[in-house]
Write a protein that binds this ligand. Structure first.
Ligand SMILES: C[S@@+](CC[C@H](N)C(=O)[O-])C[C@H]1O[C@@H](n2cnc3c(N)ncnc32)[C@H](O)[C@@H]1O
Length: 213
C-alpha cells in the first residue's frame, strides 16, 4: 500500500484521526482501474472543511465515489449525523480493506457500506451528497455524471457534488444541470492530500462545490 512511518510522522494529525476512529486509511497505491487515479486519502482537515461547507446533515446519504480505504465515509459517520455513508470503489482490495476498517471503527457502523463497483455502473438514486476526490479521467467522469443525472430523473431530489483536486473540472462545467456554488483555493486547503499536493495545474481551485439545478 505504500507510505509508512515517515508519512505518518509527516501527517501526524491524520495519523491521530485514524487512531481515534480505529481505522487505517494511510496509503498510496495504483488503482489498477482503466482511466482510474491512484489511491491517496484526502486529509481529515480538508474533509472537515468540505463537510462543514456542505452542511452535512441528518437527511444526507453521503456517497464517496472512489472511496479507497474509506476515510471520508468513516469521518462523516463519526462526526456528522448522516443518515448513511456509502463508499464505492472499483478496486476489490481497497474495498476489502475498507470493510476490515469497519471492524475496528469506533463509531456506529450499521449505516456505513462499502461496495465494490465501477462508478460507471453504480445506481446513484439514493445519494444526496457525492464526494469525488480526483478518482478518474474525463471519459469516466462524463459517463458517471450522466449516471447521476439519470438518477435525478428516477428520483428527483436536490444533490450536492464536491470535487476535490478537480483536474477534470471542465467536464462539470459542461453539465447544464449543475451549478457551481463555491470553491476553495489551494491556499485554503493546504493539507488536501499526501500524493497530489504539489501537482495542481496553475490557477486550478483545490475543491469545487456543485448543486443540481
Ligand atoms: C484519489 S483516491 C480517493 C480516495 C478517497 N476518496 C479519499 O478521499 O480518501 C481515488 C480512488 O478512486 C478509485 N477509482 C478509480 N477509478 C474508479 C472507477 N471507475 N470506479 C470506482 N472507483 C474508482 C481508485 O481505486 C482510488 O481508490
Amino acid at each position: 500500500m505504500g507510505l509508512g512511518v515517515r508519512s505518518r510522522l509527516l501527517h501526524l494529525k491524520d495519523f491521530l484521526w485514524d487512531w481515534r476512529l480505529g481505522v487505517n486509511t494511510f496509503g498510496f497505491s495504483d488503482s489498477g482501474v482503466a482511466d482510474g487515479r491512484p489511491y491517496s486519502p484526502a486529509s481529515y482537515r480538508t474533509l472537515r472543511q468540505v463537510f462543514d461547507c456542505v452542511g452535512l446533515g441528518a437527511e444526507d446519504v453521503l456517497l464517496d465515489v472512489g472511496c479507497g480505504l474509506g476515510r471520508p465515509v468513516f469521518f462523516a459517520g463519526f462526526r456528522y449525523p448522516v443518515k448513511a455513508g456509502i463508499g464505492i470503489d472499483a478496486n476489490r482490495g481497497f474495498i476489502e480493506q475498507a470493510r476490515r476498517n469497519c471492524d475496528g471503527f469506533r463509531g456506529a457502523r450499521d449505516n456505513l457500506h462499502f461496495i465494490e463497483c465501477n462508478a460507471v455502473q453504480y445506481d446513484y438514486s439514493k445519494a444526496t451528497v457525492i464526494v469525488m476526490y480526483n478518482p478518474f479521467g474525463a471519459d469516466t467522469l462524463t459517463k458517471v455524471l450522466a449516471r447521476i443525472y439519470e438518477s435525478l430523473q428516477a428520483n428527483p431530489r436536490p444533490i450536492k457534488i464536491v470535487y476535490l483536486n478537480p483536474i477534470e473540472k471542465a467536464v462539470f462545467d459542461r453539465a447544464p444541470w449543475l451549478a457551481k456554488t463555491a470553491e476553495f483555493s489551494p491556499a485554503q486547503v493546504p493539507q488536501l492530500d499526501i500524493g497530489n499536493r504539489r501537482s495542481y495545474p496553475k490557477g486550478q481551485p483545490a475543491v469545487v462545490f456543485y448543486t443540481s439545478v
